[in-house]
Design a protein around this ligand. Sequence first.
Ligand code: SF4
Length: 106
Amino acid sequence: MYRMQKMCQKCPVDAISMRKGKAFISDDACINCGKCIRVCPVKAILKDREIVELEVASNIKSLRKGLAKSKNKRSKNRMIKNRMRQMRVQEKVLRNTLKELKHLKL
Ligand code: SF4
């Protein structure tokens, strides 16, 4: 518990709060400085790169699960192509959202 409190104290913007022995990070307040990552006693906070790796692994795992259920090579190829198309759409949505965010006036 003391080490968790130490982690909270490291945050320059008080984005970490403790509730019932667990630490919560406010997305709105966090400035992504990374100070809490270095002091987290249980290495529970992930760096952006680690999040990307986990998400990619999870996507591939889920696709492999679907492919295992598929009967023939043709339907497997269709499944892969469909997943790629879905991801391209998601990519476009994210890219356009990022563009909008850059020009967001407050
Ligand atoms: S990364 Fe966010 S939560 Fe962690 S110390 Fe920095 S501002 Fe606080």
